[in-house]
Design a protein around this ligand. Structure first.
Ligand code: HXC
Length: 516
C-alpha cells in the first residue's frame, strides 16, 4: 500500500528540520570538535526521552534585507525530556543556523520552554552556542533577549536554571546564563564575553584572543562568573546531570534523597588528628569535608575562584546538603570580597531550593586592609550576613578551629538562626586573635611594663588559655556541644534527620533589599 503523501511530506519536513544549517555547516561544527544541538541533547537526557516542540518555526525579521536562507527551527532546538527519570525542559542553540544567534522567533521558542518549565515545576537547562543578538533582526533580537532575561529573573528561585556553555556566548547571550543558578563551561571551547575581540579591536585597536578574554579558565578562576568547567562537552553535560541530582525540581519540593550505601554511623579516625596542635600550622579543610560526606559525593563549585572559601553540594547519609566552609590552607581561610560573594550566592541558592546548609568554620575573620575596605568589604560581607540570616533551611555549623569575630557571627552562629552548632576541641572562638586583643585591651599595662614584649606574651597567653578552646563558648551556650571530630558525620546526619520538617516562617514582604 502506498503511504499517504501527507505523511511523506511530514517525514521530509522533519528530516529537513533535523539537518539544521545543512551538511556543510554540520561538518564545520564537527571539524571544530563540537557536537550538534541534537547530539548534545541526546547526551544530556535519559536515552530516548527527548520530545521536540516547535521544530518548524522559522525566522521572522530581517531589517537589513539580507535575504538569507530560511532554516527550520531558527537556530535552537527546544523541548522536554528526562534526567534520572525527572522531567526537564531544554533548549539547545544550533550554531549551524546563523551561528545560533538570537532572533525574535528563537526567543519565542526559548521562552515557550521556560514558561512550560515554570508551569510544570521542572528545571530548565540551556545549551548555549551563540554569536549573541542576530544583527539583521535589530531591535527585535534585543527585545527577544529582554523577554528571556525577565523570565530568568522571575523564575529564579522557583525552578533550577542551568546553562551549559558549549561554544561562544557573545553579547546579550551572556546575560541569560549570568541570571541563572549554574554555569558550566568547556575548557578552550566555550567563551563568554559582552564585547568580542572584533569589537575590542575596532574600538581600542587591541588584539586579544577569546580564551584570555572570556574562556573557561578566566570565568572559573578570575571573574567568578562560571561555576564548573570540563575538559569536553560530554563531561560538561554529565556535570549538569550530576548538579541536578542535588536539587529538587522546584522550590516546593525537597531535593532527592539518595543513599549510596555509606554507613551513617561511620566515624573517620583521621579526623581526630587533622587539626595540628600548633594553631599557626595549616591543614586542609577539603580533607575534613571528604571524610564527613558520603563517599565521593562532594561536587565542589568554583574550586579555582576565591579558594579561601569552599562551596559545593554533597550528600550526607543520603541527604542533599550545601557545604560552605573556609580553606585554612589558602590565605588562612580569611573572608575577603570574593569569598563573601562566592558563599553568599551559594547560601541563597541552597535556601531557595530547600537544600540544608552545613558550614565548616575556620577563619580569622574578614581580611583587613585598604584594598578590601575601598573595594567594599562591608557591602560584600553584609551580603553574606544577609544570606545566612535570611536562610530558613536547616543550618548546621561545625567550628573546626578559628571562629574569630565576624567569622563566628557570619558563618552560622546561632544568633543568625543556625539550628545546631558543634565545635571540635581545637575550636577557638573569640572576638579576635590573642595578640591583637592584648594590644588593644592592655596597651597601657604593656607599655608600662619593664619588659613590654614579655608582658604582651603573658597577657596573650592568658587570653589564649581562656578563649583558644571551645569550652568558654560552650559554658555560655554559644555552641551546642563539643564533639570529637570523628563523630561529625553521625552528628550531622542525626541533625539533618531531626530538622527534616523544620518550620521557619518569615514575615510577609515583597522581597528583601540585599546589599548587592
Ligand atoms: C548574525 C551572526 C552573528 C550575529 C555570527 N553570525 N554572529 N549572524 N548575527 N551576531 C553568523 C556568521 O555570519 C556565520 O554565518 C555563522 O554565524 C557562524 O559565524 P562565524 O563567524 O563563521 O563562526 P566563528 O568563526 O566560529 O565565530 C563565532 C563568533 C563570531 C565568535 C560568535 O561570529 C562573532 O564574533 N560574532 C559576533 C559576536 C558579537 O559581537 N555579538 C554581539 C551581538 S550584540 P554563515 O552563514 O557563514 O554560517 C548583542 C547585544 C545584546 O548581543 C545586548 C542585550 C543586553
Amino acid at each position: 500500500m502506498q503511504e499517504d503523501p501527507r505523511i511523506l511530506e511530514l517525514r521530509r519536513n522533519r528530516a529537513k528540520a533535523r539537518e539544521g544549517g545543512g551538511a556543510d555547516r554540520v561538518a564545520k561544527q564537527h571539524a571544530k570538535g563540537k557536537l550538534t544541538a541534537r547530539e548534545r541533547l541526546d547526551f544530556l537526557l535519559d536515552r530516548g526521552t527527548f520530545n521536540e516542540i516547535e521544530p518548524f518555526i522559522t525566522s521572522g525579521h530581517d531589517e537589513l534585507g539580507l535575504e538569507t536562507e530560511s532554516f527550520l527551527g531558527d537556530g535552537v532546538v527546544t523541548g522536554y525530556g528526562q534526567i534520572d527519570g525527572r522531567t526537564v525542559y531544554v533548549y539547545a542553540q544550533d550554531f549551524t543556523i546563523y551561528g545560533g544567534t538570537l532572533s525574535e522567533m528563537q526567543s519565542h521558542k526559548i521562552c515557550r520552554v521556560m514558561d512550560l518549565a515554570l508551569r510544570n515545576g521542572a528545571p530548565c537547562i540551556g545549551l548555549i552556542d551563540s554569536g549573541g543578538a542576530r544583527i539583521q533582526e535589530g531591535v527585535k533580537a534585543l527585545g527577544g533577549y529582554a523577554e528571556i532575561f525577565r523570565r530568568n529573573a522571575q523564575y529564579s528561585g522557583v525552578i533550577p536554571q542551568i546553562s551549559v556553555m558549549l561554544g561562544p556566548c557573545a553579547g546579550g547571550a551572556a546575560y541569560s546564563p549570568a541570571l541563572q543558578d549554574l554555569i558550566i563551561m568547556v575548557e578552550k571551547q566555550s567563551f563568554m564575553f559582552l564585547t568580542g575581540p572584533e569589537v575590542i579591536k575596532a574600538v581600542t585597536g587591541e588584539k586579544i584572543d577569546p580564551e584570555s578574554l572570556g574562556g573557561a579558565a578566566i570565568h572559573t578562576s578570575v571573574s567568578g562568573t562560571a561555576h564548573l568547567s570540563a575538559a569536553s562537552e560530554q563531561e560538561a553535560l554529565a556535570l549538569a546531570r550530576r548538579a541536578l541530582s542535588h536539587l529538587p525540581s522546584n522550590n516546593v519540593e525537597n531535593p532527592p534523597f539518595v543513599q549510596n550505601g555509606d554507613d551513617a554511623l561511620r566515624m573517620d579516625e583521621s579526623l581526630n588528628s587533622l587539626v595540628p596542635l600548633d594553631p599557626k600550622e595549616p591543614y586542609v579543610m577539603h580533607q575534613a569535608i571528604e571524610a564527613v560526606v558520603d563517599h565521593g559525593s562532594f561536587l565542589e563549585l568554583q574550586p579555582h575562584w576565591a579558594r579561601n572559601a569552599i562551596i559545593g553540594w554533597a550528600r550526607i547519609g543520603g541527604y542533599s546538603v550545601g557545604i560552605v566552609g573556609q580553606e585554612p590552607s589558602v590565605m588562612a581561610g580569611v573572608i575577603d570580597i570574593d569569598a563573601a560573594d562566592k558563599m553568599t550566592r551559594f547560601v541563597r541558592m541552597c535556601d531557595c531550593f530547600n537544600v540544608p546548609i552545613v558550614t565548616f568554620v575556620d577563619s580569622p575573620g574578614f581580611l583587613p586592609g585598604i584594598a578590601q575596605e575601598h573595594g567594599g568589604i562591608i557591602r560584600h560581607g553584609a551580603k553574606l550576613l544577609f544570606a545566612y540570616s535570611e536562610a530558613t533551611v536547616p543550618k548546621i555549623t561545625v567550628i573546626t578551629r578559628k571562629a574569630y569575630g565576624g567569622a563566628y557571627v557570619v558563618m552560622g552562629s546561632k544568633y543568625l538562626g543556625t539550628d545546631v552548632t558543634y565545635a571540635w576541641p581545637s575550636a577557638e572562638i573569640a572576638v579576635l586573635g590573642a595578640e591583637g586583643a592584648a594590644n588593644i585591651l592592655f596597651k597601657k599595662m604593656i607599655d608600662a611594663a619593664d619588659d613590654p614584649a614579655a608582658e604582651r606574651k603573658r597577657i596573650a597567653d592568658e587570653y589564649r588559655a581562656k578563649f583558644n578552646n571551645p569550652y568558654y563558648a560552650a559554658s555560655t551556650g554559644d555552641v551546642d556541644d563539643v564533639i570529637e571530630p570523628k563523630e561529625t558525620r553521625p552528628k550531622i546526619i542525626a541533625a539533618l534527620s531531626a530538622l527534616r520538617d523544620k518550620y521557619a516562617p518569615a514575615p510577609p514582604r515583597k522581597h528583601g533589599n540585599i546589599p548587592v
